[in-house]
Write a protein that binds this ligand. Structure first.
Ligand SMILES: NC(=O)c1ccc[n+]([C@@H]2O[C@H](COP(=O)([O-])OP(=O)(O)OC[C@H]3O[C@@H](n4cnc5c(N)ncnc54)[C@H](O)[C@@H]3O)[C@@H](O)[C@H]2O)c1
Length: 411
């Protein structure tokens, strides 16, 4: 485990690296670097946690690394969460069974909403209406109507709304996508996203009456399954790369492996169409982890692989073998299959060098504090959230209807 001195040293090294980096960046990248830069500013920010479950506590761990942040209240319908949160904070956090009591508190400036997906709309809207800054976990809201209300509410307040698409703050993804925007792999026409795991997604439940509260991801009441829980992150990155939201969605899925009473599919596939015929294709399975969590961006000059830890460029192989074969008199037609001509480059690729491989959630929560303190619009703002909702919700409709669904325009 890292001791405090080493932690502070590595933080300063990160700060120097990020601020040096910030000086050479422009536009949105410079803004992102400013937002995520480590800070000595300890202006108090009092945070309330709505739903301190697995993700809520993770966000708190990250937020408490920022000077000046204190958790001043929590709300949850499941009481054991409060003791768990107290352990993370190292002090007793005032707790409420009803989230409205948390929103009434004057000692809460900002609220983390980390409740099950189906509750985001109600909780985010109430928090914004109560005059709080909000870090809302993805996906923005369960329906496009609720999502649009959040866009309106965020526009009508001086408060900050940041969506939990933390990969927008990932240094290696930002660095790689800046190079893609400059044409390094040609025009990107296709993106493949894999999020493959080998586990049932089921959590242990202390008693049967808590099944739907604890395993909410497996039931339609609050969950749109893998499309929302995993796909939304990849769909957000596809929107970012393509610079727009999709025009149409196709999707399918099934319960193939885990016949355990769940309602949401244990595997899904989605195809999102973007203008000009560009496509994002997503696959999630839960009984084989070979592909893991990765995206592939394909352009005419090369490919980019993005993972949770790194980014690697691969360039298209030269057609040298084809030319050599033609010079030797071999019959080469566009119809003949030549392994040498069809085989991809199989080398290690060229990793994207970055000055920090900091966890994106740490960077995203630090950026949230910066935005609350300075009134700056977050990089992952409400429109980023609405964009991924525009992918997830129509994909789910397409899955249910078993046909392509038109996607409405972004707001
Ligand atoms: N950005 C990411 O990478 C990421 C990762 C994991 C989870 N998430 C998101 O975070 C959210 C929570 O996921 P999780 O895994 O932490 O779920 P969880 O079940 O562990 O936590 C949710 C908490 O909300 C509480 N809750 C339920 N109903 C409530 C209500 N009416 N009022 C107050 N509290 C209530 C539950 O008791 C629980 O403690 C989801 O939207 C999920 O998609 C995001």
């Amino acid at each position: 485990m890292m001791d405090r001195r080493t932690f502070v040293q590595s933080l300063s090294a990160t700060a120097i690296a990020i601020s040096a980096n910030a000086q050479s960046l422009t536009g949105a990248d410079a803004e992102a670097a400013r937002q995520i830069a480590p800070t000595q500013d300890a202006t108090p920010l009092r945070v309330g946690v709505l739903g301190p479950g697995s993700r809520g506590k993770e966000l708190v761990r990250s937020l408490l690394r920022v000077p000046g942040v204190r958790v001043t209240a929590a709300a949850d319908v499941y009481a054991p969460r409060f003791a768990e949160l107290n352990r993370v904070c190292g002090y007793e956090v005032p707790s409420h069974a009803d989230y409205r009591a948390l929103l009434d508190r004057k000692d809460v400036d900002a609220v983390l909403v980390a409740t099950p997906f189906g509750l985001h709309g109600e909780h985010v809207l109430a928090a914004l209406q109560a005059g709080k800054h909000v870090y809302g976990e993805k996906t923005l809201a369960f329906t496009l109507e609720e999502s649009a209300k959040i866009v309106q509410a965020a526009a009508g307040t001086q408060r900050i709304f940041q969506i939990g698409h933390q990969y927008r703050y990932s240094p290696w993804i930002r660095a790689a996508l800046a190079r893609v925007q400059q044409g390094e792999i040609g025009e990107v026409t296709h993106i493949m996203g894999y999020w493959h795991r080998n586990n049932s997604w089921r959590r242990p439940v202390p008693e049967p009456s808590l099944e739907r509260l604890i395993n909410w991801r497996l039931y339609n009441q609050w969950s749109l399954g893998l499309l929302a829980e995993l796909g939304s992150h990849h769909m957000d990155i596809a929107n970012w790369v393509f610079g727009s939201t999709p025009t149409a969605a196709l999707a399918s899925g099934s319960i193939c492996k885990y016949h355990d009473g769940r309602e949401t599919d244990d595997n899904v596939q989605a195809v999102l169409s973007y203008s000009g015929g560009r496509r994002f294709i997503f696959s999630s399975v839960t009984d084989n982890a070979m592909q893991g969590d990765q995206l592939w961006l394909y352009g005419s000059k090369g490919s980019l692989n993005l993972t949770l830890q790194d980014a690697t460029f691969f360039y298209e192989p030269h057609r040298a073998s084809r030319v050599a074969a033609a010079q030797q008199g071999a019959a080469v037609t566009s119809a003949s299959y030549q392994a040498a001509g069809e085989m991809p480059y199989r080398g290690p690729g060229q990793p994207v060098q970055v000055t920090t491989a900091e966890d994106p959630t740490t960077a995203a929560t630090r950026a949230f504090v910066y935005c609350c303190r300075t009134g700056t619009r977050p990089i992952a703002d409400v429109h980023v959230g609405y964009g991924s909702a525009l992918c997830v919700i129509p994909s789910n409709q397409a899955r249910l209807l078993r046909r392509e669904v038109e996607v409405p325009a972004a707001l």
